[in-house]
Every structure is written in C-alpha cells, then in structure tokens.
Unconditional design. Structure first.
Length: 131
C-alpha cells in the first residue's frame, strides 16, 4: 500500500506531485530530498489528516524560510507537522524523522520519532508524547 494511504485518519490527500515539482522543490531548497519523502510526494502533494499535515511542494520553501530552518537547522527540511509541532527530515537519500519546536528550530532539541519516514508512518505517525 502506498505511504500516503497508510497515514492514519486521512482527511485530504492531494493529487500526486509531478516529477518536475519534486525536482523544483529540491532545487529551491538546494538540498537532496530523501527518497522516501520524494515517494510520498509522488503519491500525494500534501496530506491533511487528523493529527498530521504534510505540506505540498509549493508550500515547503516558504515554511522553511519563515521558520529559518536553513539558518538554525542547516541540512534539515521542514515537511509538515504532527500534533501541531514541526516534522523535519535531514537532507540526503535516507533520513530519520524528527519533531522540533516552532520557537526552537535547533537540532540539539529535536526528538527522534523514527529511523525512516516509512517507519514513522507505519507506527501511526507518533509525536514526541507517544514515544
């Protein structure tokens, strides 16, 4: 089953992102997007669920700029939220999933939620309080 369909209690799954949109996102961030994140976007370019939001490709650069991710957490990508708190990945082919804080975008305070996006989704997208 596709990753997007395994997110618990989906409310809205957007249409898949095009290959070009995903490549444009990587270019705008000037970072390598994790493969599993690219797969998720290729299934749904934005997801709203009861407790989880995955931003669409066109919103990710603005969110990362607004929260100054490249300044305070270089090499990380803000991709959405869980329980109202930011969800981040590290740039590169593979990445664990982290939860941060809106006012404290510092990796030393991030909480490891799962070793991969697939593991996080298959564990019902836990937040730091569920660990």
């Amino acid at each position: 089953m596709p990753l997007a369909n395994r997110i618990p209690e989906p409310i809205e799954l957007a249409s898949p992102a095009s290959f070009e949109s995903i490549q444009d996102l990587a270019s705008k961030l000037a970072l390598e997007l994790p493969v599993q994140y690219q797969e998720l976007l290729s299934e749904a370019d934005g997801i709203n669920a009861d407790n989880v939001q995955i931003y669409p490709c066109d919103a990710v650069p603005e969110r990362n700029e607004t929260y100054e991710v490249s300044k305070y957490a270089p090499g990380y990508i803000l991709i959405g939220s869980v329980s109202g708190f930011p969800v981040l990945l590290r740039a590169g082919a593979k990445s664990p999933v982290y939860q941060g804080g809106w006012g404290l975008m510092n990796p030393s305070y991030f909480v490891l939620l799962a070793t991969s996006l697939t593991e996080w989704i298959d564990s019902d997208c836990p937040d730091r309080d569920d660990l």
